[in-house]
Design a protein. Structure first.
Length: 560
């Protein structure tokens, strides 16, 4: 097995390189991605996916997908299916190595029996309140449970009774017998099994006891031949228990747990529990709401797997927690889309313009490039006629200083078309609102002919009125107003941005966008990057989501 020396080195790769050098694990590299199927994956999980599957790829090893389905009260098949879709969409594959912790329920039970037989586990009758009192604090040791001295025979009988359903939920647990005076509270006789009558999505009602994650995880790793069990930093204090179980059970394969810093991004909710709260309380439109940081939400919004993988690569792997500016994530999607996205003209807040000296009934086809960054993407034709739409913001009746767009008596260029001059402003007689502009055009200024004898400072995008496609466009702001996402529930809800989505229902788009497909991204000139919404768009009313605006604050900050 050889290492890939072209990849950037981080502390995890340094550990793996040293293991390979010392012929540890017979020079195997085998990782796993072990999500709990109790919700949809988010951008933080994308970092773990890219890390685990990426390491397996770079070291020519293997990576398993294993569902940690040990808590049936919160798990659903919907989540299992969504996780598989997300991993594949990001560009990774587990081949034939998709497993479930429930695959090992019988083996896990036998491991628990083995611990009882070696006097390393016991059945405890303390209720949750009593267990907390016996556990001690960070500064004071715990004290032994009065049930800790039960005999092996009694423990085996009680544990078998737990499995047989003889006892009420929560009345008894199986605990490891380690050290109640340990400075690490995770080693103070942690719970290994609890009684829970809940139907499991795979095993049904076969079991009424379920293993705890800290028990199932290391054993599952060992059974699958995992060499490097990579997890986030909050499991660092759990590593002694991980190693204790592997050693106590004398597992043939001994994986090594390695912790890295989880991903925190400003203005994003990075807690699956809080994301579930948003969904269940109807504060968002499901797990795939384009404002959500879930992978399915980012996919629906128009993010590409390439951009997310690039983001995960750029942020790197660290040992200490930190927070990444969301502007960096947005920079990655802009960089990816700049060369991929087809250009198109879309007027989001239309203002009608009548070009009074353009022939009535005439429609001219003007050629323009699909992407100036990629000439191979070719050109397209856009119709031009007497009546067009421009953006409301591109007109000002009393222009401020350095306003180079359209104003009474002021001339601008229509992109890929002609110069026009505003001659007359039509207003609603009741409200005084500007509802129409009357302009003239100069036929000698057609774009690309080089016949214009003067220059103008402003260039506007536009859409021909007769051929325009009416659409709904959704503009998104951050779901959280505050950058800090680590808040309590009350503060967390207070930080939700009530203006995180704006729906514009009377947008006018160039006719080529009738052929838009969900997998194609577009740059609406001067408005940002957009894609067709996969859920709400119809042939009668296409719906486009803004992926990201054009302004790149992160790139600007890097140059400063």
């Amino acid at each position: 097995m050889t290492t890939n020396t072209t990849i950037s080195s981080n502390f995890i790769e340094n550990i793996i390189n040293e293991d390979l050098k010392n012929n540890k694990n017979n020079k195997r590299v085998h990782t796993r991605f072990p999500p709990e199927p109790n919700g949809y994956l988010h951008i933080g999980h994308a970092k773990s996916i890219c890390l685990n599957f990426g390491i397996a790829r770079d070291y020519k090893g293997l990576c398993n997908l294993r569902f940690d389905d040990t808590n049936p009260s919160k798990e659903e098949v919907e989540y299992v299916e969504s996780i598989q879709e997300d991993v594949k969409w990001l560009g990774f594959d587990w081949d034939d190595r998709m497993f479930y912790a429930s695959d090992y329920f019988e083996q896990l039970y036998e491991c628990a029996v083995q611990l009882i037989q070696s006097e390393k586990a016991y059945v405890c009758d303390l209720n949750p309140q009593e267990m907390r009192e016996y556990r001690g604090t960070l500064t004071e040791p715990g004290k032994n449970s009065p049930y800790r001295s039960r005999s092996v025979a009694e423990n085996l009988e009680l544990f078998a009774g737990m499995r047989a359903g003889k006892f009420a939920d929560g009345s008894r647990v199986l605990r490891a017998k380690i050290d109640m005076a340990s400075p690490n509270v995770n080693m103070r006789d942690p719970i290994l099994y609890r009684i829970m009558r809940a139907e499991h999505h795979r095993t049904g009602n076969t079991w009424c006891i379920y293993p705890m994650y800290d028990f199932a995880h290391p054993i599952s790793d060992a059974l699958e031949g995992i060499t490097h069990s990579i997890c986030t930093l909050e499991f660092e204090d759990h590593r002694p228990l991980y190693d204790w179980l592997i050693s106590s059970l004398e597992m043939e394969n001994r994986p090594q747990q390695i912790e890295f810093a989880r991903l925190n991004v400003t203005n994003l909710v990075m807690s699956k529990r809080k994301l579930r709260m948003l969904v269940e309380e109807g504060l968002v439109d499901g797990w795939d709401d384009p404002r959500m940081p879930t992978i399915s939400g980012l996919r629906r919004r128009g993010y590409t797997p390439e951009a997310i993988r690039d983001f995960c690569e750029r942020i790197g792997v660290a040992k200490s927690n930190s927070t990444v500016d969301i502007a960096m994530l947005e920079h990655c999607i802009r960089e990816d889309l700049n060369s991929k996205a087809l250009r198109a003209m879309a007027v989001l807040r239309p203002l009608k313009v009548i070009i009074t000296n353009y022939p009535e009934g005439q429609v001219e086809q003007l050629e323009t490039e699909n992407n100036p960054e990629q000439p191979d993407l070719g050109n397209r034709c856009i119709p031009f006629s007497r009546e067009i739409y421009i953006e409301q913001d591109d007109f000002m009746e009393i222009p401020i200083k350095k306003f180079f767009r359209l104003a009474p008596g002021q001339e601008v260029r229509l992109k890929n078309a002609y110069f026009i001059k505003c001659e007359e402003v039509i207003k609603d007689p009741n409200t005084g609102e500007v509802i129409e502009l009357r302009c003239t055009y100069d036929p000698e200024t057609k774009s690309g002919t080089g016949t214009a004898t003067r220059k103008v400072k402003g260039t506007l995008h536009w859409v021909s009125a007769a051929q325009a496609v009416k659409a709904e466009v959704r503009l998104f702001d951050y779901l959280l107003k505050e950058e800090d996402t680590e808040q309590e529930e009350k503060d967390f809800k207070d930080a939700i941005n009530p203006n995180s989505m704006e729906k514009l229902t009377a947008c006018m788009l160039e006719p080529s966008l009738l052929q838009a497909t969900p997998d194609q991204r577009y740059q609406f000139i001067r408005n940002g990057y957009f894609c067709l919404d996969t859920k709400d768009s119809t042939t009668e009313l296409p719906v486009f989501n803004r992926i990201v605006g054009l302004r790149d604050s992160w790139a600007k900050a890097q140059k400063a």
